[in-house]
Write a protein that binds this ligand. Structure first.
Ligand code: ZN
Length: 364
């Protein structure tokens, strides 16, 4: 299996936050195929440990399996379905998209998010975004009874209809690039780490509920008590006209590290990476002649913000791949970035050895 194939397979498996079972089954089998056993905690995190040097700091490398989506809120008498948002769902990117109701046991029912007929759209409506309570899903049913008979009920998870589109220059667009691309990278990294003679103990954690409450990975960290946490997720690409003022991260420009993330609205959290981790990735990129992009921005964070606070503190860093069009049904990444991210991690992880200091006073 290639990185490209892991990615494509993973993008096509539905796994709304709290309903990651099918993604987990796939990844469990992938890790078992490499000869690495895994276990699942009560929240649903999949944890696979590769033992290494007892004197080296222990590492938790993690990426989230879940994706954002919708939940059935109300079934109308005429068979149309109303929804709640789960995660940061962009309402203006919803109408006229296909969706999938995941009714259990791997059964899915297709539907679409209705978009008012253009011929009947008044001048004042044309540039208006409909708030989600006004949206409805049409799955072809003619009554509430038909909806219920199909296995759809209040609380049924809904995801964007899974899709993969291969574009020019090795770019791939579709559903759940966030964060299945990083899950695919983790499998490739695990494969490479098996062969390394010197390596730290690495816990590969495929985590849950990141898009819901950013804390799914915390239960894994509380049990594993790692010294180091490396979180793999998207880094916002800023090389489109609408993002130009926000940074210098280019799609296809290679992997990136985050030097600063913050989110204020109620969340009040973020990550300032441990200096040892910044130095590790800079040195590893230089040694392999890999590009390494830098990101610093407000408005988004990952579950690493909470993981870093476990125990006496975990030396943490967000590392990722550039991605465009986040949280839409058509997110875009570049395969070359994912390959270089894999190479960067394969170079960096064995450098975490017995002499690798996490003492803050060694980094003044
Ligand atoms: Zn993510």
């Amino acid at each position: 299996m290639s990185l490209r194939q892991w990615l494509i397979d993973l993008m096509l498996i539905p796994g709304l936050s709290g309903h990651e079972g099918r993604v987990r089954q796939y990844l469990k089998a992938a890790m078992a195929g490499l000869g690495i056993a895994s276990r699942t905690d009560r929240l649903g995190n999949l944890i696979a440990t590769l033992d290494g040097d007892k004197d080296a700091p222990t590492v938790m490398l993690f990426a989230h399996m879940d994706q954002l989506g919708l939940i059935v809120r109300k079934i109308e008498a005429n068979g149309l379905v109303r929804v709640e948002r789960l995660g940061g769902v962009p309402e203006r990117a919803l109408p006229a998209h296909g969706v999938l109701f995941c009714v259990g046991e791997g059964r899915d029912v297709p539907g679409l998010i209705a978009h008012k007929s253009h011929h009947a759209t008044g001048q004042d409506e044309k540039y208006k975004v409909l708030p989600y309570p006004e949206l409805y899903i049409d799955a072809g049913f003619r009554s509430a009874d038909e909806v219920l008979a199909a296995g759809i009920d209040i609380g049924t998870p809904i995801v964007y209809a899974p899709s993969v589109t291969e574009l020019a220059n090795g770019r791939i667009a579709g559903t759940s690039v966030d964060d299945r691309a990083a899950c695919a990278v983790m499998v490739e990294v695990a494969k490479a780490m098996i062969e390394k003679k010197t390596r730290p103990t690495i816990h590969f954690v495929f985590s849950v509920q990141e898009e819901f409450n950013l804390r799914g990975a915390v239960t894994a960290a509380q049990v594993l008590m790692p010294d180091v946490a490396i979180q793999l997720d998207l880094i916002l690409a800023t090389d489109t006209p609408d993002m130009a003022a926000r940074g210098e991260v280019r799609l296809g420009g290679g992997p990136a590290i985050s030097l600063y993330s913050f989110h204020g609205r109620g969340t009040l959290n973020g990550t300032l990476p441990h200096p040892a981790m910044v130095g590790l990735f800079e040195a590893s990129a230089a040694a392999r002649k890999l590009p390494l992009q830098r990101s610093a921005h407000i408005g988004a964070l990952t579950d690493l913000s909470y993981v870093q606070l476990v125990g006496q503190g975990v030396a943490s860093i967000d590392v990722g791949f550039p991605m465009r069009y986040s949280h839409s049904a058509m997110e875009m990444c570049d395969l070359a970035d994912l390959e270089q991210l894999t190479a960067l991690l394969v170079e960096a992880l064995p450098r975490i050895d017995g002499g690798f200091s996490l003492d803050r006073d060694d980094y003044l």
